[in-house]
Design a protein around this ligand. Structure first.
Ligand code: SF4
Length: 260
């Protein structure tokens, strides 16, 4: 099936564009895109971004993220919490302070929460993140002996369900853990990715990140998940910035609904 047959080639049209028509009387608050159109566009987007940002996405020198530095899944879970709503630099520094201050996660879980907040202050939102980290660590000790290796034996759906059942662990953090810690093809949607896919016309503007993540899951070929995730973030940092995107020099401009 070509793109025209899939209902999405005519990018100049539309009022509805890639968004599927809603049956009369059942229109949801946010119209959802036509999944076949989005699936094909994501494959094309993966190829284009691989040309714009070549190299192995698993190379931390080419695609740096503090998540690569985490040594084990619990480190990674804590790193993902520390990375919420702050820069990579700040969250990396907070993680280093945390590892330096406590010999292990048991000690971090048992410390006074104010002490933990002081240790991770450089990561921002310390008063929120410290109790969140302790709640996760305590829940893991309680239920799973402090280990996460058992996630290897679960289906993606069950592992995702377990992780999002932990206190303070949302869909993006769970997806990051599964992708970076366990190599499972789960696509985390962060603010860069949400912004770019909205601008490209592949997501409705009003769809939030967790609904976007659920919508995109299963539409991206497993072998493209890591590369597409990291390259979109790179593109969001370098070109498709939140303010003043560099559309004149953007390699995706020809496909971008914002530019049409
Ligand atoms: S053309 Fe502009 S808005 Fe569209 S993806 Fe590129 S930088 Fe972003």
């Amino acid at each position: 099936m070509n793109r025209a047959e899939a209902g999405g080639t005519d990018r100049s049209c539309s009022q509805s564009g890639p968004f599927a028509a809603q049956p009369a009387g059942t229109k949801p608050a946010v119209p959802l895109p036509d999944s076949e159109f989005v699936r094909q566009e994501l494959v094309t987007l993966s190829d284009l971004l691989a040309l714009l940002y070549p190299g192995d996405p698993a190379d931390p020198l080419l695609f740096p993220t503090p998540l690569w530095a985490a040594r084990d899944p619990i480190d990674l879970l804590v790193a993902a919490i520390l990375s919420q709503a702050t820069s990579d630099r700040n969250s990396k520094r907070a993680m280093e302070c945390l590892k330096h201050a406590f010999p292990g996660w048991k000690e971090a879980a048992a410390a006074p929460v104010r002490k933990l907040a002081a240790v991770i202050a450089s990561g921002g939102l310390a008063d929120t993140k410290a109790p969140r980290i302790q709640a996760v660590l305590r829940a893991l000790n309680l239920h799973e002996g402090g280990e996460l290796d058992f996630l290897h034996g679960l289906s993606i759906e069950d592992a995702f369900k377990f992780l999002t059942g932990l206190p303070g662990v949302g869909p993006k953090t769970a997806a990051c853990l599964l992708l970076f810690g366990f190599g499972r093809p789960v696509f985390p949607v962060d603010t860069h990715i949400l912004r770019i896919l909205r601008r490209l016309g592949l997501l409705p503007v009003k769809l939030d990140a967790s609904k976007a993540q659920a919508l995109l899951s299963g539409l991206i070929p497993p072998e493209n998940v890591l590369g597409l995730h990291l390259r979109l973030i790179e593109h969001g940092r370098r070109v498709c910035r939140s303010r003043n995107p560099l559309c004149h020099s953007c390699g995706l401009a020809a496909r971008c609904r914002r530019q049409l």
